[in-house]
Design a protein around this ligand. Sequence first.
Ligand code: TXA
Ligand code: MG
Length: 353
Amino acid sequence: MNTNCINITSISKENIQKAAALIKKGGLVAFPTETVYGLGANALDGKAVARIFDAKGRPSFNPLIVHVANIKQAKEYAEWNETAEILAHHFWPGPLSIVIDKRQGELLSDLVSAGLPSIALRVPAVEEARQLIEFSDVPIAAPSANLSGKLSPTSPEHVAHSLGNAVDMILAGGSCSVGLESTIIDVTENTPILLRPGAITKEEIEEVLGSAIELYQDNDIIDKNKDEIEHPQNISKASSLAPKAPGMLSKHYAPNIPLRLNAVNILPGEALLAFGSDRFMGIEGGGAAKDLPQEQRCNLSEEGDLHEAAANLFAMLRKLDDEAYKAIAVMNIPEKGLGVAINDRLRRAAAKE
Ligand code: TXA
Ligand code: MG
């Protein structure tokens, strides 16, 4: 790793202004949000957006989230509707991305939405992120600031490690408080569809809307799509949803060594990612979790707090991602509240392809 010549900069007002000037000139700026660090570029400038795909090694069919400073700015780019209005008023600024039809005549680069008629919009909670957008006076397209398919960054050092000199400036704003990417909700249909679980849960959204929303089951869709290639007569409603979350079909958020989920013991040579008490985790063949060297075990939250676990997830996976270990054994995380999003990321990280 060569992080010496990388432009990690403290997040003063003056430096945010410098970063904004870079964005205006077509540069790439990594910046903190409450979810993960974003790799930002001017969403109106196709060349700048292309640099994002290049830096991440990202397949160009995977669209980006556009970050705006407030609802007023969101409306410049979206065919705004009532559902979006309710959700934005309730959850913005915050970790919710709203997928909505593009407004006619908007000037976003086509690369941002990868040719889809919709865009994903979000107002981040971190004040300095909103200042960056305001000072640059343009919407900022920003995926997570990591190589495509790898773990999302929750600290400026993670960004430097992952992207090196491909980024012009990293605004260092400490660790991300949420630690998982935003919840994504599609409001282009009558019934909204949750495309990606995150800190804002399905239940919270349903409560605010006063009605049920659909859950996008991408694993089913992968299987359905495979099935349809072989048996085109089976084309179903699910397949009409397939293009809606084009970035979510494959292995993602992955460390380099394998993950073993819902582990109830530790196999020889494995590292441990615990949740709650690991007192009863034994090592097969003899020994207990506490016998593992300090660097070979992490605990997402000893108290079993899902918020703490989410905030620690990516940093701890990085820490344990060492080829000296055969795999990372991950203890069971309850599938409720924020646990749904944590398990979603873990399943993707564990996927074979
Ligand atoms: O928390 C976050 O959302 C972070 C921070 C930086 O804001 N960003 C982030 O971006 O996670 P990224 O690029 O890693 O994930 C964007 C996701 C992808 O899965 C993509 O497919 C989906 O958003 N997406 C973007 N535009 C879309 C659209 N028009 N329709 C459906 N999905 C869309
Ligand atoms: Mg990402």
